[in-house]
Design a protein around this ligand. Sequence first.
Ligand code: ATP
Ligand code: MG
Length: 562
Amino acid sequence: MSFMRKITISTDKAHINNFIIQIINHDLALGKHTYIHTRFAPEPNGYLHIGHAKSIYLNFSIANFYNGQCNLRFDDTNPVKENIEFIEAIKNDILWLGFKWSGQIHYSSDYFDQLYEYAKELIVNGLAYVDYLSYDKIREYRGTLTQPGTNSPYRDRSVEENLTLFEKMRCGEFTEGSACLRAKIDMKSPFIVMRDPVLYRIKYNSHHRTGTKWCIYPMYDFTHCICDAIEGITHSLCTLEFQDNRRLYDWILDNISIDNHPRQYEFSRLNIEYTIMSKRKLNILVNNNIVEGWDDPRMPTIAGLRNRGYTAASIREFCRRIGVTKQDHNIEIAALEACLREELNESTPRTMAVINPIKIIINNLPVGYHEKIVMPNHPNKTDMGTRQVTFSSEIYIDCSDFKEHNTNKQYKRLVLGQKVRLRHAYVITAESLVKNKQGDITVVYCSYDPDTLNKVPKKSDSNKVIGVIHWVSAIDGIKSEFRLYDSIFTLPNINKIDNLMLALNKQSLIIRHGIVEASILNLVHNNDKLYRYQFEREGYFCTDNYYLNKCIPVFHRIMKLK
Ligand code: ATP
Ligand code: MG
């Protein structure tokens, strides 16, 4: 216990608890460690997604909780798929989420020289060999879960021969795929990862950091454990699919001369319904122009969620709520939305926007009439102040809020011959309408009751509950574009489906042109910032600076109201 006391835990950090925290507490109590060091080690082959946020939150909060350290290490061992755009995006997303790595950024490629020496050490100890089998043959010889593997005919080369051949691999004397370095473990192991896994393969690709210095690149399993050990990581946290690989992680560290032996622990991946959590699959959406980019607001990437209007705090809160276990789960998107909804309900100014406008002309007001009505910016937060909204003889309402005929008693909106209240304004009655040649309603003529501004309707209205609809003045309302998002896929368990293209939601983006209250110009002071609103009865929306060149404001729908 004495070691535990050395570590100060401030109370505001004491909210995380999970099985990994319990393991760490146990290690500290036993004196196995006096200091906690974690790492987040993404492969820079795409943008980070919300699944990575779970891992980031876990690794960085643990370091924070124990006053330890969390490294950021780019796992850049495959020059074919990795690039600098991804590295920059990943750094940016981590910082945006509110986390900062300890010290400088690390790269697996920083250790290529050391990794090469450790590989030679395995060869010298008779624990690795250069194989000439093709990748297909290696796979064939590997066996299956029910069938043991078969030894490669090249398995028993001498140490000297292996050292020479490995050096030749390094010098570029082999073509890609014609030779590789494999660990010599056990082709009959019940764990397929232990059946002589490949440690190095040949690739004649320039690396974004090491250029053409190397034409052999170490595999993930060989690299990861050694990098962890070199960096002094104490707890190496990863997702459950690496459970079997833990044996290889330990085998490698046990068989090279390195002092530190970090321990790997696995937790379950985050999956969310109707979306995919794999950079490789998200890349398919980007490359096939299904979305506009990695940061498209429909994407489950951190950058996409940010453009969609998510706050870093809401994503952290989501990670806190889902916790860390070993159970697989497919979380409802509503659980993520709830974290932001609670925040937006408190923080967003209420505003009116008409997304599918239909014109209303008030018969009993003179043409051009307008007046200012003061409205609260939030129903129960007076500190958010008020704004002045123009009411005029011509306004817009949403076409879904008007019906010529209605038999549905639940429909509490405007119907020809009946009344409705305009939000924070007057009661109007629909009197007549005009249709175009196609039969669509173009204008509804109404009368207004001047005695109903913010008053409950008079008793004479037979105590009927009058519906309330939102509206925008035609005099100063601002033409705007609304981008209405839905999930990219039509199936909740899309993570398990091979052909993503068959489950695409063709309605994942609907663009509408409508009108928003002029007051948004007062609320939007600064183009660099993203502003969030609750458009009454429509949902939460945010501004988009990306589309500013369109000359009209563009709003993303973050989510519908409940
Ligand atoms: P992807 O398939 O999206 O590329 P990955 O696991 O290959 O995922 P890495 O870049 O290697 O991606 O991930 C860095 C860290 O993030 C790893 O520790 C990984 O386990 C973790 N991680 C990735 N996806 C998830 C997820 N859905 N839930 C929780 N952690 C995740
Ligand atoms: Mg990967």
